[in-house]
Design a protein around this ligand. Sequence first.
Ligand code: IPE
Ligand code: IPE
Ligand code: MG
Length: 254
Amino acid sequence: MSPILGLNSPTASANAARHVAIIMDGNGRWAKSRGLPRTLGHQAGVNALKRTVEAAPELGIQWLTVFGFSTENWRRPVSEVSELMALLKRYVASDLDRLEAEGVRIRVIGRRDDLAPDILAVIERAEARTRFNERFNLQVAFNYGGRADIACAARAYARAAIAGEVSPDAADEAGFERFLSTAAGPPPDLIIRTSGERRLSNFLLWEAAYAELVFQDVLWPDYGPEHLKAAMDEFLARERRYGGADVDDVRAAG
Ligand code: IPE
Ligand code: IPE
Ligand code: MG
């Protein structure tokens, strides 16, 4: 347990963000600033991921979704794409035993049909071995794109309608979102993006509807528990209204 956190920290309160999602950005710039190849930035990024997964439960987080590879990241050089694929394999190889023993359930969201058989096997093994775990949920978005996921869910919903399982006239938000790859968990309360970029880059488009967004300037390989705690503290200072009015204002207005 990290000494700076501790279970009595204010962030471990009932209002803590139950589901935090992170766009882990800045690996390339971290490497470039050190005169290193981008692949070394991604390797350092895996260590930041390990630190973050370790720290999350202490902060009251039950679900952590991390963006590891987007449907648009195929546009990168082949060598970089290969390294990102290899890193997923190495992360699972080095950490699966520990994550399984610590009660972490792993889920991987994103398109599977264009992943290589060895990557698919790694994903299926990680999910199968942790499927009865309940202490903490780690969701890895890999070959994930929000639009692709929505289109995939729309196809599945249409198929269910053709099969007579749902009536097209009864189609609604709750019925639709059961087909999203994130259906197993709650929507994110907080979405963090590192590296100073301020965009979603096709991450959790449907699910982000009422998420609080926190942008941090730190490059992902430098990320640690203190940054996660700072993001959680900023989240706690926000007022979430979901389209309603401020409770005190309503009272004051009589
Ligand atoms: C994030 O770091 C990791 C992935 C997208 C896989 P980047 O590789 O995007 O780093 P920058 O944005 O080029 O610094
Ligand atoms: C989003 O970051 C994808 C991941 C973090 C895996 P990118 O670095 O690919 O996004 P853009 O290109 O800056 O929008
Ligand atoms: Mg980037």
